[in-house]
Every structure is written in structure tokens, then in C-alpha cells.
Design a protein around this ligand. Structure first.
Ligand SMILES: [Zn+2]
Length: 437
């Protein structure tokens, strides 16, 4: 195989991951060994001397090899806003950030609401290392009027349904969406927001928004929607996944629902675990304007508790690239959203693991095992005979975030200039390996 250079994707012929710490929480695996990979398959896991090995060796001493990470909530912007991101640049960002799979939201232009658009997304990603799993729209044109042809969309490869960016406002329609998607074993991923309370807001409603004189988005706009969504999911017995949970109230409602066996799962994002609305005092929408907004310290701590006790199942980024023009303006006119693919692992390892709050197996559960389970994707196994779908990361490497080096077209990150401890090193998938910088 061609030489393995940094910042390159090559097809694997024979590759030896030497001296890796293999960590797989789903299979209770934690051992140090060598992994021999031929093309797309793991051939052997044992002790393999590298001096007699005929192939490429990647020294993995001190590195962790985990089942490939999956970001279940990204916006790839193609079709329609290729100036913000394309499937190719988004996938390059995913690989650089340590993800072998992403699920992309349907609020493109036009929205992913028919078979040909689902197929278009899949075709664009066919030869890329990253698996792209499209999430199809719940309603035609994301208009909230008529349900999409869910059976056909599921058959074409949609892994879930969502009108993300907006909630399904009509409760009867939400009920029918859950029932219909449930028939095809697909979850509804719901952007939970009661618009009558939230509309016109730019940040969390509270002490800081009053100080700054910015119109707020009250936390109850999320809590009320989450309550409705879990109640309807319970009533019809079909799965709902709550996207980007940001409030203590949501955590409490989901925890209570799970304790009664309601088929609800949930995700949150690194920024809600790290920042609070205090950051909005910088008036920097490029870093701190997103929907839902950054909340209070009490919310942040509740989210961490929710991760710890399993109320929240997954960490996703809600990667939302924008052009400079959409972000380089007054806080109240700037677009919502920040990017996350290339900072996710670094931010999570730095802020959740370095301080001893979370252990690595739990992070693997949150960023690989659970998102795949929620989306109904095949579980990844690290054993001889299995497909090599792997994320390699260095939990100790220090690096400084430089958005000008991003593969993503987006530069809207709150982590600009921050030094992280913990870094994605390589990803392997579909018979390819990408070695990062
Ligand atoms: Zn959303």
C-alpha cells in the first residue's frame, strides 16, 4: 500500500496498528495488542512483531483504538448551500475529527424529503471514507403540512426522520409521524422547541439576557416541547430521540420518562457541557450563538448528571457551518449555529475526561456505541474477521485549535485558539485509512 502520510487518505492493503490500547465499552474490551488489518477487515489481534511484518505499520503506543465514532447530528448543507459546506468537505472534517460516520439533517435546499435526494446524498459519499447516513424530513418541504413518504425514504436508506431546525408544531401530526416512522423501525429525531415561547429570541432568557438587553429564549420553550414529545411517544409506544438537549428541565423530564419505560433517547452537544450564557457577554455570535442557546451553570451541571446516569445517551455536535457573512454581524441578526466535527473529541477529552469526571469507556459509549444503536446501524466489533471501522485517538496529545486549518468550510467555532488535551489521530473505514495532521 502507499506510504501512510499525515493528512492523507489511502486504501489499506496490509496495515498493522502496533501496541494500541483497544477499548470497546460495548464488548467490555480493554487490552493492549497489535491489530492486523487487510483491506477492510481485521485479520488478527495479538502480538505481531513489526520487524518481520510486510506492510505498513502505524505506531499506536499510548493511543486508544475504539469502535468508529458516529456524530448523529450534523448539517452538511449540500444540496443548496455548498458555499457553507459540501458533503465532501463535511466528510473530510468528520475524518479529521475522528468520526467514521455522520447522520446528516434534511434541512438542505431543497430539503431531503424524497427518494432521489436521499440517493443523491449517498452517491456523493459513496467513495469517501466517512459513512453518511441521511436523516429524511418528517414533512414535505419541512413545511409541517403533509408527511413524507416514510416507507419509501426508509427503503432508500434514511436512518431516521426529523424536521430539525424546526419542531413538528402540530401534536396530531407528531403523533402520526411517530406511528408511521415506527412502522419502519425508524426513530423521530425531534428538535424540541415551543415556537410561541421561543420566537424572536437570540440567547437564553434569564439574568444575562436582561443585563445585555437581548431578547431571550426561555428554557421552558424546550421543556414543554420535550414533555409533549415524550408523552406522545409513550402514548403510541414508538421511539423518539430528543435532539440537542440544553436544559435541566429536559433532563428531568427525560429521566422520569425513561424510569417509566418510555421509548425515549436523547443527545446533547459539547458546547452545552462546557459553556454557559455568560459567554454571550462577548457579543460574539460566531462563537456563542446557537439554537438552543447556551443556558445557565445549573443547566450545564444537570446535563453532566444526565450523561452520567444514562438519561442522555449520546454526544452529537449539531455541526452547523455558516459563511462569514452570516456570522460577522450584530448578535441579534447573526445566524444560529456553530461547527463541531473537528473539535468534538478534543473538547470532550479536555473538559470531561482530563478532570476525571468521565472515563474513556463512557465516552466511547456516548460517541460511538449509543448513537449507532439509536440509528439502528450495525454494531462495530473489534475482533478478527470484523470490518475495520475504527477511531484512533491520543488522550494525552496537546494541540491548539486553528480554524484556518479546518477541513470544514465553517470557521464558526467557540474553541478558536483553545489548547486541548486529547486529539483524533486516525480513522479507518471502508478499506481506507485517514491519518490526521
Ligand atoms: Zn435542531
Amino acid at each position: 500500500m502507499p506510504k501512510l502520510n499525515s493528512d492523507q487518505t489511502v486504501h489499506i492493503e496490509k496495515l498493522l496498528l502496533k501496541g494500541a490500547r483497544i477499548l470497546d465499552s460495548a464488548h467490555k474490551l480493554d487490552e493492549t495488542a497489535d491489530i492486523l488489518i487487510q483491506k477492510d477487515t481485521i485479520q488478527e489481534i495479538s502480538s505481531i512483531p513489526s520487524d518481520t511484518f510486510k506492510g505498513t505499520v502505524l505506531d499506536c503506543a499510548g493511543l486508544v483504538v475504539a469502535p468508529g465514532f458516529c456524530d448523529m447530528h450534523v448539517h452538511l448543507r449540500e444540496p443548496g448551500r455548498e458555499d457553507k459546506e459540501t458533503i465532501e468537505t463535511g466528510c473530510a472534517a468528520a475524518a479529521a475529527g475522528g468520526f467514521t460516520a455522520v447522520a446528516c439533517m434534511p434541512n438542505t435546499k431543497p430539503p431531503l424529503d424524497n427518494r432521489s435526494l436521499i440517493e443523491f446524498v449517498q452517491e456523493r459519499a459513496e467513495y469517501l471514507l466517512t459513512d453518511v447516513h441521511p436523516v429524511a424530513a418528517i414533512t414535505k418541504g419541512l413545511k409541517g403540512e403533509e408527511l413524507t413518504e416514510m416507507g419509501e425514504l426508509a427503503e432508500a436508506g434514511a436512518v431516521a426522520f426529523s424536521d430539525d431546525g424546526r419542531p413538528v408544531f402540530d401534536s396530531d401530526q407528531f403523533r402520526r409521524a411517530l406511528e408511521y416512522a415506527g412502522m419502519f423501525n425508524r426513530p423521530i429525531i425531534e428538535h424540541s422547541e415551543e415556537l410561541s415561547l421561543a420566537e424572536g429570541g437570540h440567547m437564553n432568557e434569564g439574568f444575562v439576557s436582561t443585563q445585555l438587553g437581548l431578547k431571550g429564549i426561555p428554557p421552558i420553550s424546550e421543556d414543554i416541547a420535550v414533555a409533549r414529545n415524550v408523552l406522545i411517544a409513550e402514548y403510541v409506544g414508538k421511539p423518539v430521540h430528543i435532539a440537542h438537549v440544553s436544559t435541566a428541565g429536559s433532563v428531568r423530564i427525560i429521566r422520569e420518562a425513561k424510569s417509566r419505560g418510555v421509548p425515549v433517547t436523547a443527545e446533547t452537544c459539547p458546547h452545552y457541557l462546557i459553556f454557559t450564557d455568560e459567554m454571550v457577554k462577548t457579543f460574539d455570535p460566531n462563537k456563542y450563538k446557537m439554537n438552543p442557546p447556551l443556558r445557565t451553570e445549573a443547566d450545564r451541571l444537570a446535563l453532566l448528571d444526565g450523561l452520567k446516569d444514562g438519561t442522555i445517551d449520546a454526544i452529537a455536535t449539531d455541526h452547523a457551518p455558516h459563511t462569514i457573512d452570516d456570522k460577522d454581524c450584530e448578535f441579534d441578526v447573526a445566524a444560529f449555529g456553530i461547527i463541531g466535527l473537528e473539535t468534538s473529541i478534543g473538547s470532550v477529552l479536555s473538559h470531561l475526561v482530563q478532570n476525571g469526571k468521565f472515563k474513556l469507556p463512557k465516552i466511547i459509549e456516548l460517541m460511538s456505541v449509543n448513537p449507532r444503536k439509536i440509528l439502528g446501524l450495525d454494531p462495530i466489533e473489534i475482533k478478527a474477521g470484523a470490518r475495520a471501522n475504527l477511531t484512533v485517538f491520543d488522550p494525552k496529545a496537546e494541540w491548539t485549535v486553528d480554524p484556518t486549518q479546518f477541513k470544514s468550510k465553517g470557521r464558526n467555532t467557540p474553541f478558536d485558539g483553545e489548547t486541548f488535551t486529547g486529539k483524533a489521530v486516525a480513522v479507518l473505514n471502508k478499506g481506507m485509512v485517514y491519518l490526521g495532521r
